[in-house]
Design a protein around this ligand. Structure first.
Ligand code: PRT
Ligand code: ZN
Length: 303
């Protein structure tokens, strides 16, 4: 009898694990939406009817997607309403919720900066003393001021922060900047950087084992996609006597593939190049005698 019950319990557990899902919160619309959905797609996760939905599921990965305002994502993940989420570090650190960052995603890059009217003299953080600072990031700005022992007045406003000095609402702003053109068009200059930010994948701190396993699977895919983006596949031809020198320039994954060409005395070399050193390497390869260099994007890199 007991033996039988155990069997049932065991098979129930397997059923639960088989049906386990992971729930991810992503921005409903806005600057992170497209890159977030694109990342899932590049991970081979197909989503049903993404547009204008609050929730959707994948048919080929046990993933449920909740579309939310980015400001709400840290709270939902802390509470476990969603297991994981994609959010900007700016929002994550401002909300100061208890979650864990599992991966930097490399998109949504911006910085939270302090900017003052262009005509205003600025001689370091002490200049901010007693100033009225308009921002949507009161927590981060207050922490920054405290760290620099400066007392100032923080005015929290939810949007169009950049116009605050122009309409006399504040002396200074602390806002997100990417190209800098918004500040420029509003007669402001960037004087301090409070935070460099990008989108990150966060997780709830108390995930169960089935969700941790699914997160591992997802992370493996995300890392393969990221790695592929940083690398290029390269093919080149070279006379055989130059091959040794050329190979020495190529790191490759293990060692480069060398294939003989139809023309005798020549070979084709295939390898993988890191984006960082890319142009330097190409020049060195040409100088070493490489010809007909082809560079091809890589879709996934599974290591
Ligand atoms: O509706 P919801 O609350 O979800 O969206 P939201 O309006 O609060 O956020 P959204 O979609 O504007 O931005 C989402 C996230 O994108 C931010 O939290 C950042 O993590 C990231 N991100 C990256 C940016 C920028 N770049 C950015 N440039 N968020 C906002 N901006 C704004 C900035 O506030 C300023 O108004 O763009 C303007 C400055 O841009 P430049 O290029 O002129 O410097
Ligand atoms: Zn928001």
């Amino acid at each position: 009898m007991i033996h039988g019950q155990n069997k049932i319990l065991k098979s129930n557990k397997i059923m639960v694990q088989m049906n386990a899902k992971i729930r991810i919160a992503v921005q409903k619309s806005g600057r992170l939406y497209e890159d977030s959905v694109k990342l899932l797609k590049e991970c081979g996760i197909e989503l049903r009817n993404v547009k204008d939905r609050l929730k959707t599921e994948s048919d080929n990965f046990p993933l449920e997607v909740f579309f939310l305002r980015d400001d709400d994502i840290p709270q939902y993940v802390e509470d476990g309403v969603a297991d994981i989420g994609i959010v900007g570090e700016n929002v994550l650190f401002e909300k100061n919720k208890k979650t864990t960052v599992v991966e930097e995603l490399g998109f949504g890059k911006c910085r939270l900066s302090i900017a003052v009217p262009r005509s205003q003299q600025y001689d370091g953080v002490a200049t901010l003393k007693g100033k009225r600072i308009a921002t949507s990031y009161p927590f981060l700005v207050a922490s920054y001021l405290k760290q620099h022992n400066v007392e100032a007045d923080i005015h929290e406003i939810s949007g169009s922060v950049e116009i605050a000095p122009g309409i006399g609402l504040a002396d200074v702003v602390a806002d997100l900047v990417s190209s800098g053109s918004t500040l420029f068009m509003n007669g402001l200059k960037e004087v301090e950087t409070i935070l460099q930010s990008q989108a990150v994948l966060i997780r709830n701190n108390g995930l169960g084992q089935p969700q941790l396993d699914l997160l591992d699977k997802l992370l493996f895919r995300i890392r393969s996609v990221k790695k592929a983006k940083r690398n290029k596949y390269i093919l080149l031809n070279a006379p055989n006597e130059k091959i040794k020198e050329i190979i020495a320039l190529l790191p490759g994954m293990k060692s480069p593939t060398v294939l003989p060409l139809a023309e005798s005395g020549w070979s084709s070399v295939h390898s993988v190049l890191d984006e960082d050193a890319f142009w330097d390497k190409i020049e060195q390869l040409k100088a070493a005698g490489a010809q007909g260099i082809l560079v091809i994007p890589i879709e996934k890199m599974v290591m």
